[in-house]
Design a protein around this ligand. Structure first.
Ligand code: ADP
Ligand code: MG
Length: 240
């Protein structure tokens, strides 16, 4: 579903991705772990073409995309992304936040968009908040709205960049539950997270990154219980 080949990226002279190759199969959940600054966010942003890599290729669902591709906007609709900070529009109701992309980008009539919005809000357990404003709901609820907003565009892939890192601990679990259900529904997902329990339970593959390199990848058991690389061992011993 996602094929990343020999991806390298520099910010100025600073190389932040160093020859990364990674495949994500349909319905697979890949969790990316690694220290701050190791390039995890940049990698996700490259997959969504929010950032441009200087070398390498990315294919989504069999189609190779380059920066020059005129289809980047279409491709972005196939890839939903959820960030640490939810970036909801404060002046819009929860429902209008969710359906903004449907009405503005996909030009779907409002009544149909509201129908789709309702089913997505239901999916994340927030149908009763449709008419409230972001300021009136918790951080965890805001993040679930952000997930609904991405899902309503019917992406083939969902990228999550530390979706629970900005949340109070007691609000994390509901967001992880929504993500777990999504994985159970067969969504292809790339998730950057420090929630190791989630990684163990939900990931098909765990990838350890350090200083722009993909150091090792494997099943949760392989990475958490039998890491092969010293850097992975040291990282895990610091956080577990
Ligand atoms: P992580 O998500 O693993 O913490 P990032 O992908 O955010 O890592 O960052 C990787 C490296 O790229 C860091 O050294 C960071 O300072 C640098 N970096 C990230 N974004 C930019 C940017 N827009 N301009 C310059 N350097 C950046
Ligand atoms: Mg990051």
């Amino acid at each position: 579903m996602i094929k990343i080949e020999n991806l390298s990226k520099w910010f100025g002279k600073n190389q932040v991705l160093d020859n990364i190759s990674l495949n994500v199969d349909p319905s697979e959940v890949v969790v990316i772990i690694g220290p701050s600054g190791s390039g995890k966010s940049t990698l996700l942003r490259c997959v969504n073409f929010l950032e441009k890599a200087q070398r390498g290729t990315i294919s989504i669902d069999g189609k190779v995309y380059t920066q020059k591709s005129k289809k980047l906007n279409l491709m972005r609709q196939e890839v939903g992304m959820v960030f640490q900070h939810f970036n909801l529009f404060p002046h819009m109701t929860v429902m209008n936040n969710v359906i903004e992309g449907l009405t503005q980008v996909k030009k779907i009539p409002k009544s149909r968009a509201v129908e789709l919005g309702k089913s997505m809000l239901d999916k994340v357990g927030l149908l009763d908040k449709a008419d409230t404003y972001p300021a009136m709901i918790s951080g965890g609820q805001k993040q679930r709205v952000a997930i609904a907003r991405a899902l309503v565009m019917q992406p083939k892939i969902m990228l999550f960049d530390e979706p629970t890192s900005a949340l109070d601990p007691e609000l994390v679990v509901d967001v992880l539950e929504v993500m777990k259900n999504l994985a159970g529904d067969g969504m292809t997902m790339m998730v950057v997270t420090h929630e190791m329990r989630f990684a163990r339970e939900v990931a098909d593959k765990v990838v350890y990154m350090d200083r722009g390199r993909l150091i090792e990848s494997g099943t949760p058991d392989e990475i958490f219980d039998h890491p092969q690389e010293q850097r992975t061992q040291e990282f895990l011993s610091r956080i577990l």
